[in-house]
Design a protein around this ligand. Sequence first.
Ligand SMILES: Nc1nc2c(ncn2[C@@H]2O[C@H](COP(=O)(O)OP(=O)(O)O)[C@@H](O)[C@H]2O)c(=O)[nH]1
Ligand SMILES: [Mg+2]
Length: 101
Amino acid sequence: MSLSVGIVGAPNAGKSSLTNTVVGSKVAAVSRKTNTTTHEILGVLTEGKTQICFFDTPGLMLGHHGFPHRDVTVRVESAWSSVNLYDLLIVMFDVNRHLKM
Ligand SMILES: Nc1nc2c(ncn2[C@@H]2O[C@H](COP(=O)(O)OP(=O)(O)O)[C@@H](O)[C@H]2O)c(=O)[nH]1
Ligand SMILES: [Mg+2]
C-alpha cells in the first residue's frame, strides 16, 4: 500500500525538518533562510508492505492582500496546485510565532 502526504505551510514553519525526521535521513535542506526548498522534495518511508511518500513543498507565501508576492508567484502557484495531488495534507504552523503575545 502506498500513501502520498504533502507537507505545506508558511516558510520556516519546520516542514523540511519534519520531512527529515519522519524519513530518518537528511533529504531536505533545513535553513533559517526562507525559501531554502525551491521545489518539491520526496522522502519515502517504507515499513513492510506500506510506503508513505512525503512531499516537502516550498513555503506558501501570501502578501497582505492574500496574494503571492510577484517574484514568487510561479513557485507559490505550483505549490498550491499540487495540493490536490496528495492523499493527505499536513499543514504546519509555527505556533510560537503565531501565538506570541
Ligand atoms: N526551535 C525550533 N526550531 C526549529 C524546529 N524545527 C525546525 N526549526 C528551525 O526552523 C528553521 C526552519 O526550518 P525548516 O525545516 O527549514 O522550515 P521550512 O522552511 O518550513 O522547510 C531552521 O532554522 C530549523 O533549524 C523546532 O521544532 N524548534
Ligand atoms: Mg523547507
